[in-house]
Design a protein around this ligand. Structure first.
Ligand code: AKG
Ligand code: FE2
Length: 305
């Protein structure tokens, strides 16, 4: 036993203002934060995920928390998210903020390490946080000002998710944590099509997906935040492959935000990376309509629509 050693989760990571993580080559706002979790936090999270709450789909399985949405996109429950889904992820997402220093806005991909020279120490973070009252955060304008719903998806190598748009049930901000294995998210401008249908997650799936325009490489432990037009006028999906190919600075939009190790590994493999492990993703969102199930079933004559 080494009583002197702090567990990694004792040390709260220091995050820069969100502008430092902006993927600038996308048409609208998306942010990629490498090492959002520590390896220790990742393994304890993976251990906490229930073994017997999976909904099996044809190639992958998922868990909606705290409950599945109703067909009309309501979250009908009196439960909140389990503590292991709240901490540290929700706390950390809520702590992220935009800068009010205009010099941070044009910083970023060129030098990820030194993008905010003013914040280096814990004291800097504390004084930075004191100013925070007026700062804009990622869920500032969402109805509940925080994510209230998590979808856990599991992707064995060779599986993905068809191109789709997340449904109208959610506020248009999606925070995705990636565990255990990388993936490549493919983003396609939305085609005007009559053939959209709604899948099991209240997502609209569209038929045609030839024109992948942007790719985001998601490392294990990372957080990806997508908002605005990426959400509303584009589709996103993950191809069902065992090897991601043709990866390079010119095809991966968040190349400059990846760790050196990942970039070197991709280049050593000449743009190919095998998916050897099962990826687990946790997708955090704010469901717009929440109804307390206790009130519905205990109340008089409430009709759920
Ligand atoms: O697992 C992912 O990264 C994407 C999941 C997704 O698109 C969704 O749940 O709507
Ligand atoms: Fe989605």
């Amino acid at each position: 036993m080494d009583g002197e050693t702090n567990t990694p989760s004792d040390v709260e990571p220091i995050f820069k203002p969100l502008e430092a993580y902006k993927i600038t080559s996308l048409p609208s706002s998306a942010y990629y934060i490498p090492n959002f979790l520590t390896p220790h936090e990742s393994s304890s999270l993976l251990h906490s995920i229930s073994k017997n709450q999976w909904t099996q789909l044809s190639h992958r399985r998922l868990q909606p928390h705290p409950a599945p949405l109703t067909p009309s996109g309501h979250l009908l429950t009196s439960k909140s998210l389990a503590p292991y889904l709240e901490r540290p992820i929700v706390d950390r997402i809520l702590s992220l903020s935009f800068s009010d220093d205009p010099s941070d806005i044009s910083n970023n991909n060129n030098n990820n390490e030194n993008s905010n020279k003013n914040i280096n120490t814990r004291d800097d973070v504390v004084s930075y946080n004191i100013k925070e009252g007026r700062k804009r955060r990622i869920f500032t304008s969402s109805p509940h000002h925080r994510p209230n719903h998590v979808l856990i998806n599991e992707y064995p190598p060779g599986t993905g998710i068809p191109s789709h748009q997340d449904g109208a049930a959610y506020f248009p901000v999606v925070c995705t944590v990636t565990l255990s294995s990388h993936t490549v998210l493919e983003i396609t401008p939305k085609q005007v099509t009559d053939s959209t249908t709604t899948n099991e997650n209240n997502e609209n799936t569209a038929e045609c997906n030839d024109g992948v325009k942007y790719k985001i490489y998601q490392e294990p432990l990372s957080l990806l935040i997508t908002t605005d037009e990426i959400y509303t006028s584009h589709l996103h999906g993950i191809s069902a492959t065992t090897t991601d190919e043709n990866l390079s600075p010119s095809t991966i939009n968040n190349w400059n935000l990846l760790s050196d190790d990942t970039r070197n590994m991709i280049q050593a493999g000449e743009g190919k990376v095998e998916r050897t492990e099962t990826r687990v993703s946790l997708t955090y969102r704010d469901v717009l309509k929440v109804t307390d199930a206790g009130k519905v079933f205990g109340g008089r004559g409430f009709k759920f629509r």
